[in-house]
Design a protein around this ligand. Sequence first.
Ligand code: HEC
Ligand code: HEC
Length: 421
Amino acid sequence: MLHTIRCATAAIMFAGAAAASDLSPVETLGKAIFFDTSLSANGNQSCASCHDPAAGFTSPLADFNAAGAVVEGSVPGRFGNRKPPSAAYATFSPVLHHIDDDGVTIVGGAFLDGRATGKKLGSAIADQAQGPFLNPDEMALPHAACVVAKVLNPADPAAYPVRFTDVWGADAAFDVPAEITARCDGPDAEITIGDEALSARIDAAFDRIAISIARFESSEEVNPFSSRFDAWVAGTGTLSEQELRGFEVFEAEKKGNCAACHVLTPTGREQHAVFTDWTFDNLGVPRNRDNPQGADYVDPGLGAFLKTDPVYAAYADDVMGAQQVPTLRNLNKRVSPDAPKAYMHNGYFKTLEGVVHFYNTRDVLPRCADPLASEAEALAAKCWPTPQFEATMNKDELGNLKLTPEEEADLVAFLKVLDDE
Ligand code: HEC
Ligand code: HEC
């Protein structure tokens, strides 16, 4: 929870809100790259494979969402350790920084542990966009040169109505030597570029690719603010009695207290809310026994990343298991009405009812006998499994909200009005 961020967020949000409704050339280029499956080792995976607009820019894949929630990469059998979060509304996360309050509060960055800080390209999501192409568990290309060569010479030119050189200038074009591109199809080639000038051109083009993607991800197409909530805020639509009661539960400190972290920035109802303050918290989410890293896998989140940073390493132990507060937009957006969804960093929860009941009763119900009980099993047995990291869990703002069953239902109804239409 944090209040001091509001001014900074307001400035960024204004830029987003002012974007034109049609895509600009650089946004169009970024969109083509975002949807290009040729940019993966086996030609079978694009950014959109894991961040599908029809699923609220998260994974559309039913089998994964229903179980471990981690999506298989381009190479069969290879998996990361987290559920794909929404790539929409992520643009509003500031460059990673800290605020001195009674301790040190880390704010911003992309990825759930903030490790795409934004310090390289000036934008967290631009830094982020360079990760998946080369991650062996995701798109698994062996070198940035492969990404660059494939964007400069698209496999399917018709999919690129705006070409890289249309945006970045004719002199941005160059040839990646054939002895390099010949080794791009397949994940594990060792590619080193001896020629320093070539290496610098590749790096510069790879940066521009990431910036193009980030521009698409910042466009109004990805951040339309077109939910029923927005229409209600704008005075052009209505919410039902139950949804309005749910909003009150969401907002009130003595009820759900949700807006303490999923803030209604910058000043409340008359502005676009992104429903996060980009801070990090450990909610005590249980293990997901279907995680491909193993049934006992625990996710150290922000703590593990801070350990790698000399400036912040001293604070790492206090935030073990903390994950970034996500947007709550498009929570219920599905590729089909009965398509499974997965919530939280590890997709432990499959229902919004379960999430809300957890916030309400985490510290009230007994611990389940089985520390690996699923959400459905825990709900049936009226218990919650052991948290992944107990010592750093937030006990001040959640865990025993004293909401009635009706208030829980109202809150769930409200969470379902945040889907873009
Ligand atoms: C195999 C599935 C997969 C693919 C392909 C993939 N992502 Fe992701 N994406 C993830 C996962 C998982 C995370 C969270 C990882 C973490 O926090 O460590 C993530 C995180 C993100 C985030 C950060 C959201 C936030 O709130 O921090 C953005 C933005 C994003 N991806 C965009 C992209 C782009 C752009 C591409 C293509 C270049 C891409 N993703 C390709 C799975 C995928
Ligand atoms: C102390 C800060 C905090 C408060 C208060 C809070 N949340 Fe969260 N919320 C988070 C964090 C952090 C996560 C991600 C945690 C994780 O993945 O382990 C999250 C995740 C979620 C998710 C899952 C989103 C997704 O895409 O997976 C939902 C839904 C949610 N919160 C709803 C609520 C509701 C409803 C309330 C009020 C009852 C609430 N939150 C109160 C910090 C908070």
